[in-house]
Design a protein around this ligand. Structure first.
Ligand code: CA
Length: 220
């Protein structure tokens, strides 16, 4: 999953980025509203963390711009104070959830997990596909109840597919959603990670759909 983190306070931004990367997300950053508006309009994010008080262009204007442009990604708003009217304005502008500063990073992570799974129509934080279970809270994967050790990249790839069971996902979509903008992307690496996952999971679970991409199928 790839996120956009919009926060002008460099200390808070660095702290949040570290926590998000640690939780397995690919993270792009913006420190002002103009950069944020551009990135959110052109890049395919799975969710956005948006501070409202921003230099150059305020967060509410950024959000209204995205929604007017038809961008539907889930947006979690950060408000500086406990002001009810900021929250109302944020939700009305197209925000999906909000957090008031200061907050615990665990709450931010939990709210993001909720937004991402609801965007895919999923009810539970524990994703199941056949014999494979992925707990988005702990980042643990199990096969028929037995833990499976995955690297960060393998986990990201599997988590993306587990959020879209039965759907064909192209290699370019995977590349765009698994790596941050500054990452040296090479779509061949996706094949490498798929091959590694097939060695650790039932090999038929990740089906190759010729010319289109991959599909996660339920294998018992
Ligand atoms: Ca701010």
């Amino acid at each position: 999953m790839r996120l956009l983190l919009v926060e002008d306070d460099p200390t808070l931004r660095a702290q949040l980025r570290a926590a998000l990367v640690d939780a397995g997300y690919a993270v792009d950053e913006a420190a002002d509203g103009v950069d944020a508006r551009h990135l959110g309009e052109t890049e395919p994010y799975d969710a956005v963390v948006l501070d409202l008080g921003l230099p150059r262009l305020d967060g509410l204007s950024v959000l209204r711009h995205w929604r007017a442009a038809g961008r539907t990604m889930p947006v979690l708003i950060l408000t500086a104070r406990d002001t009810w009217h900021e929250k109302v304005a944020g939700i009305d502008a197209g925000g999906d959830d909000y957090l008031t500063k200061p907050f615990h990073v665990e709450e931010l992570l939990a709210r993001l997990r909720g937004l991402i799974r609801r965007a895919q129509g999923l009810a539970s934080p524990v994703l199941q596909c056949g014999a494979i279970t992925l707990d988005t809270r702990s980042g643990r994967v199990a096969l028929r109840g037995e833990p499976v050790a995955l690297t960060g990249h393998e986990y990201r790839l599997l988590a993306y597919l587990m959020h879209r069971p039965g759907s064909v996902v192209s290699r370019s979509e995977l590349t765009e959603h698994l790596y941050a903008q500054d990452f040296d992307r090479d779509s061949n690496t996706i094949e490498v990670f798929v091959a590694r996952l097939r060695r650790k999971l039932p090999p038929q679970a990740i089906e190759t759909v010729r010319g289109l991409g991959y599909r996660l199928v339920a294998v018992e």
